[in-house]
Design a protein. Structure first.
Length: 332
């Protein structure tokens, strides 16, 4: 079986969030395609809190090259997908290395200035959206870019879908306690709309501590590090899924929300243009609260149109076909 290394930071492998879910999904797809996806991550110079100075950022990755290369060489791997731009220099050691960015040099994101120099030497990438493909070309002159969505789990989306269980006043938000994700807006919304039940879901246990700095209204329910079964169960019960992030590279919960027939409220930033279905509504800070309330009042339990669109555009089947074609070209 051909081996392909997947290089991610240790913290990305340990959290119950997008990168880890992507890794497991890619490994399962690889197995079906005869590709052994080998997880590789440095063990040192990492922190449980990625906002500490000197930790878990591109410049910190540079000191981990020896550890990463030792793992790659010991497994006799010569094709690598890396998800953090700090590992771009793997290209100096491995001709067949490709970036699948879990973040992107956008001014809305922490570390954007630090990321930019690494992107100057990227020559091949896989991205989640057409928007990111355009940005790679426009800003960094990278034209060898393949678009493959991170497919949602179709089995889960079928197993847990039951519009009869939708709670009409339940609003769901999934994110992190980071300025880019705007948890403060969700808390303000809940405070101004006491008739709504607002679930805020965080991918890691570390946010349990950081969320203590907020005054949390009684109509907010905080959840941490939920399993995929728990996520889909909760997603099914919500009437509205709301994303208010400034910028997103993945937007995985948005595609899952569409697949579960949610009324979706999202930012109007073009990085979300692919989240485009009959009951998906784009807004901003000036009208989000009104949009969320409008979406909650729609006399439907679920949107068949949103669900059909998601299955056509973002399913695990679509992801598998994308990687089948990519691996066929890349691994000669």
């Amino acid at each position: 079986m051909t081996k392909v290394g997947l290089v991610m930071r240790k913290i990305q492998f340990t959290e119950a969030q997008g990168p880890r879910i992507f890794a497991e999904r890619l490994k399962a797809i690889g197995k079906e395609l005869g590709i052994d996806i080998v997880f590789i991550s440095p063990e040192r110079h990492v922190s449980g809190y990625d906002w500490l100075p000197g930790y878990e950022h591109e410049k910190g990755d540079l000191v981990n090259y020896d550890i990463v290369l030792d793992q790659i060489y010991s497994q006799k791997i010569d094709h690598v997908i890396y998800t953090v731009s700090g590992f771009t220099y793997l290209k100096m050691f491995l001709k067949n290395s490709v970036l699948f960015p879990h973040s992107f040099p956008d001014p809305a994101l922490t570390g954007y200035e630090m990321m930019k120099p690494f992107y100057q030497i990227v020559d091949k990438a896989i991205v989640q959206t057409e928007f990111l493909k355009g940005e790679m070309a426009r800003h960094f002159g990278v034209h060898d870019v393949t678009v493959i969505p991170i497919g949602f789990n179709e089995t889960m989306a079928k197993k847990y879908y039951d519009p009869k269980l939708v709670v009409d006043n339940r609003i769901l938000w999934i994110g992190r306690d980071e300025e880019n994700r705007r948890p403060d807006l969700v808390i303000e919304y809940a405070r101004k709309n006491p008739d709504k039940e607002v679930f805020m879901v965080f991918g890691g246990e570390r946010y349990r501590e950081s969320m203590k700095k907020y005054q949390i209204p009684s109509n907010i329910k905080l959840k941490f590090a939920l399993s995929q079964d728990e996520i889909f169960t909760l997603m099914n019960s919500a009437k509205v899924y709301w994303s208010c992030s400034k910028f997103d590279t993945f937007a995985m919960p948005l595609t899952e929300a569409l697949a579960m027939g949610k009324m979706v409220v999202k930012p109007e930033h073009p990085c979300y243009d692919h989240i485009s279905a009959k009951h998906s509504f784009s807004g901003n800070e000036k009208n989000w609260f009104e949009l969320v309330n409008m979406a909650a009042s729609i006399p439907l339990k679920a949107s068949i149109e949103n669900r059909d669109y998601a299955f056509d555009a973002f399913s695990n089947t679509v992801m598998k076909e994308g990687y089948r074609q990519f691996f066929n070209e890349w691994i000669k």
